[in-house]
Design a protein. Structure first.
Length: 109
């Protein structure tokens, strides 16, 4: 398993996700999404796994402008504005989840 957790330092669900893997002795790599964001390849992988609409936090202030973009512009906007992501984004290779999803992560073990 190659687990990556993209989250925000003050996000409760991100902390729960990290605790989930830590308690099971599963090594993971944690990335502060506000500082580092996602690379184009990482975002492509997540979008192909869950869809672009699942990733976007509709409560983010930046969402008001984002929702009017054309689909092909949304991808680029996500790359430049990490505040738009729901967190945590947990990746395991080509698989990904958004939010706290222990029932899915259990299948990955």
């Amino acid at each position: 398993m190659n687990i990556q957790i993209f989250g925000k330092s003050k996000c409760f669900d991100t902390k729960k996700a990290e605790r989930y893997f830590k308690e099971r002795g599963v090594k993971y790599h944690s990335v502060d999404i506000l500082q580092k964001g996602l690379s184009k390849g990482e975002l492509n992988s997540v979008v192909s796994s869950v869809g672009i609409d699942e990733i976007v936090n509709e409560k983010a202030g930046e969402y008001q402008l984002f929702k009017y973009l054309l689909d092909d512009a949304k991808f680029d906007k996500l790359l430049e504005c990490p505040k738009l992501f729901k967190t945590p984004i947990v990746r395991n290779g080509k698989k990904a989840t958004i939010g706290y999803c222990p029932e899915v992560w259990k299948e990955w073990e």
